[in-house]
Ligand binder design. Structure first.
Ligand SMILES: [Zn+2]
Ligand SMILES: [Zn+2]
Length: 341
């Protein structure tokens, strides 16, 4: 069946959020439990009392160690054991010894820290006359704060969130608004020459005395299979977090949308964290809470559920920065924490 891929922008309808089931890594596989030491021998084998040499393989930090019991005859069995004193040392959701992820810790960090970099973005199109102006329409999406300089916060969003050709053609004024995670609304301005249809990215800034999180861009694209966290306003629901993994990199041809100026001609990041209308321009983060993409499109099945999510990958964001002459440096200088501005 052909899938219909719609751009995720504009209409806000209430839909239930899909849940995420990507925690397979935490499920213990019981199938490797040790077999019995008294298993039968074949008839031509010389019967003997096994004499086991024990090799203890301790758990590093997940409590699940085991003992290999090997007899000189080659027979061996494994004894699992629980070491109640072993424990992961989670630093910001990632074990510093074995790399295990604590999803609970990461989601806690996302909601308390990273979410303060999430914004809702609105472009309002109007026809301004001498006496009054007529509003022609609005486009909405999400954005992510990625820089702070001289009292101004810079955020990324999609070009198609801040430029809707049909509305723009009927208007002589476009105003941009940004709403922070707490619901405060500000006027925003487009960084000159930063709205690029060929990357479907735009860079805007706003001034605020409030403190927000500034998220760093990851150095390069992450491999397929890596965990992703999506931030944004799917269906207009503010500050929504969804979790998934990178499923592919490849071309996407967008159809079924009235927005035509965002078919990028490079491989985009495909993932399975839920996004929907209003998620456009929102951040896609890795488990270290660095930006690895900007969501821009989603495959919506006929029943309205999300089938695939697409983001502009971080390496294309760097390319875009070069093209628009924006000198980007990681605000947090690679620190593991996510400090406030
Ligand atoms: Zn033996
Ligand atoms: Zn560990």
């Amino acid at each position: 069946m052909r899938k219909r891929i719609l751009l995720v922008v504009l209409a806000f309808l209430m839909l239930a959020m899909s849940s995420c089931t990507l925690f397979d890594g935490l499920i213990d596989d019981e199938s490797s439990s040790g077999s019995s030491a008294t298993s039968s021998s074949t008839s031509d084998e010389i019967k003997h009392e096994h004499s086991f040499t024990k090799t203890v393989v301790p758990s590093i930090c997940d409590q699940k160690g085991y003992t290999r019991n090997i007899c000189a005859c080659g027979y061996e069995y494994i004894d699992d054991f629980i070491n109640p004193t072993a424990a992961h040392t989670f630093v910001r959701g990632i074990c510093s010894t074995c790399g295990e992820i604590s999803f609970a810790d990461i989601l806690n960090l996302v909601s308390t820290e990273a979410m303060k970099a999430n914004v809702a973005v609105e472009a309002v199109y109007s026809n301004k006359g001498y006496a009054f102006s007529v509003e022609m329409g609005k486009s909405n999406g999400s954005g992510v704060i990625i820089d702070y300089s001289n009292g101004e916060y810079y955020f990324l969003t999609n070009n198609h969130v801040v430029y809707h050709k049909e509305l723009a053609d009927k208007s002589n004024q476009i105003k941009y608004y940004v709403t922070d995670y707490a619901g405060n609304k500000y006027l925003a301005t487009l960084v000159l020459e930063s709205a690029r249809a060929d990357y479907d990215l735009a860079l805007l800034k706003f001034t605020s005395q409030d403190k927000y999180t500034v998220l760093d861009l990851e150095e390069g694209n992450k491999e397929i299979g890596n965990m992703v966290v999506s931030l944004g306003q799917p269906q207009g629901q503010p500050n929504t977090i969804t979790v998934g993994k990178i499923t592919n990199y490849g071309r996407v041809k967008i159809t079924g949308s009235d927005v035509t100026e965002c078919n990028v001609s490079f491989d985009t990041l495909h993932h399975d964290a839920y996004i929907n209308s209003g998620s456009s321009g929102g951040a896609l983060l890795d488990k270290e809470l660095n930006v690895i993409g900007v969501n821009y499109a989603g495959a919506i099945k006929d029943d309205g559920t999300s089938e695939g999510s697409y983001a502009i990958p971080v390496e294309k964001i760097y390319e875009y920065f070069k093209l628009i002459g924006y000198e980007y440096e990681p605000f947090n200088n690679g620190q593991q924490s996510v400090p406030q501005a």
